[in-house]
Write a protein that binds this ligand. Structure first.
Ligand SMILES: C[S@@+](CC[C@H](N)C(=O)[O-])C[C@H]1O[C@@H](n2cnc3c(N)ncnc32)[C@H](O)[C@@H]1O
Ligand SMILES: [Zn+2]
Length: 194
């Protein structure tokens, strides 16, 4: 499945379903610290956000301070691998309903960022149909930036705009149910079929 950034780049974070022949994106606990928060900080700057339980889904990212519109919040880091390597690492074994946790962000048709390896806190940021962040691609790097001013305590989110190769039928949309709670929630984390 694909999520598009503001430049039309596709992001893949396979959850369930996915395109034909592709592995499912499985979300398990990943490598984030369990139980507590995971501040997203660098050596030089105080953390802009932290990871904790979200009312939307699982864990999410929450602003620790006011974040200005346009401010770069995080880079979506991870290991850059080919799609071939994605298939090798995450074969389609969802038959038993197992929910493994993978965080895959497509760079292009050839490369993907696998945030299961070298990923940071940004991989926990949830989707919203009325997001306060946007995803910006620069070469083979992906950044998350504030779309508007974000107040401390607000949950960070961006529009996953997931694109499946299969048709986005009502049943498929239900599989990708959205719980963002926005007034304009479209009911699914899938995007409009391009
Ligand atoms: C990369 S994970 C984000 C972190 C996730 N909350 C967790 O704890 O694993 C992406 C997955 O989170 C879930 N998710 C994110 N935003 C959502 C939303 N607005 N409504 C429902 N589920 C959401 C979906 O299952 C999606 O595939
Ligand atoms: Zn929504």
């Amino acid at each position: 499945m694909r999520r598009s950034d503001s430049e039309g780049r596709a992001e893949k974070a396979r959850a369930s379903g996915g395109r034909a022949g592709a592995p499912e994106a499985r979300r398990t606990g990943g490598s984030a610290r369990k139980g507590g928060s995971e501040p997203a900080s660098s050596r030089s700057a105080p953390a802009l956000f932290t990871i904790r339980r979200s009312g939307v889904h699982g864990k999410g990212g929450f602003a620790l301070q006011r974040i200005a519109r346009g401010q770069r919040i995080a880079e979506y880091t991870g290991e850059k691998i080919t799609w071939k390597e994605v298939w090798r690492r995450y074969p389609d074994d969802d038959r038993d309903g197992e929910q493994n946790h993978t965080f895959l962000f497509e760079i292009d048709d050839r490369y993907v960022i696998d945030a299961n390896h070298g990923g940071n806190a940004s991989r926990w940021i949830n989707h919203s149909c009325n997001p306060n962040c946007v995803v910006v691609g620069e070469g083979d790097r992906i950044f998350i930036e504030a779309k508007r001013t974000i107040r401390p305590g607000e949950e960070l989110n961006y529009d996953y705009n997931i694109q499946l190769d299969e048709r986005h039928t009502p049943a498929v949309k239900r599989r990708y149910l959205c719980r963002c709670g926005a007034k304009n929630c479209r009911g699914t984390i899938l995007g409009k079929k391009r």
